[in-house]
Design a protein around this ligand. Structure first.
Ligand code: DC
Length: 223
């Protein structure tokens, strides 16, 4: 998909599988823009909830989406979604959003609406002088960038993932979200063929990052 001047790294996995921490570390190591697509789905969910739109009312969802203007703000190495010029705050991690985000993100209309915005993050990364981007989510290696230079899929035991969320001080419905994210018809969470699968249950963050960074560094160093 890209030359070595600009690399694309895709990281997929379930809730609390380690995507954000590893993406953050890789963005720093290789000067990549860090794009957390879960935060995009969360920001849109928070906005729709704020407007009183239910995921069961498709005409209302369509009408609300048609009226939203998206932009991207780059803060440090991170891409943040702007909706009508505003970046959402802590509300995107609220209980309400945790409970609703998988319901909204299962809607094909919403996924389609976000597709070109997500792909357009390459342009944001280039404009800001990054060497590429690392994008995390559920369907990055399968749908958004199926020909990314590197595609990783992270797994971890459910009990370990629940422990990580508690350690982060968050109340999250990770099992329910995983069930919904994996069983939806459009772009379900799945390890795409050819992706590098890593089970992080018994690995430290440093070990997981090292196993991802090694092939990237080797690729960049090769003539
Ligand atoms: O990564 P996260 O747990 O913050 O993501 C929140 C939700 O967003 C997740 O439960 C499903 C949805 N999501 C998605 O459907 N596709 C993506 N690429 C990223 C997130």
């Amino acid at each position: 998909m890209s030359s070595k001047d600009f690399i694309i790294v895709a990281i997929d996995g379930g809730a609390a599988s380690g995507k954000s921490s590893t993406a953050c570390a890789l963005s720093e190591r290789f000067q990549l823009l860090h794009v957390d697509t879960g935060s995009f789905y969360r920001a849109v969910t928070a906005e729709l909830l704020r407007r009183g739109v239910s995921h069961t009312d498709l005409p209302a969802v369509r009408a609300a989406l048609a009226g939203l203007k998206l932009g991207t703000r780059v803060t440090g190495r991170r891409a943040e979604m702007e909706i009508d010029g505003r970046v959402a705050g802590g509300e995107i991690r609220s209980r309400d959003v945790n409970e609703n985000v998988s319901l909204f993100s299962a809607l094909p209309e919403l996924r389609q609406w976000l597709l070109s915005y997500q792909r357009g993050q390459t342009g944001v990364a280039r404009r800001h002088g990054f060497r590429g981007l690392v994008m995390e989510g559920r369907d990055i290696g399968s749908v958004i960038f199926p020909r990314a230079d590197f595609r990783f899929f992270l797994r971890a035991d459910p009990s370990e993932r629940a422990r990580r969320r508690v350690a982060q001080g968050q109340q999250d419905t990770i099992h329910e979200r995983d069930r919904l994210d994996s069983s939806r018809k459009t772009s379900p969470l799945t390890c795409p063929p050819g992706a590098i699968a890593i089970d992080s249950t018994r690995l430290t963050l440093e070990e997981v990052v090292a196993s991802m960074a090694a092939p990237i560094a080797a690729y960049l160093a090769a003539p």
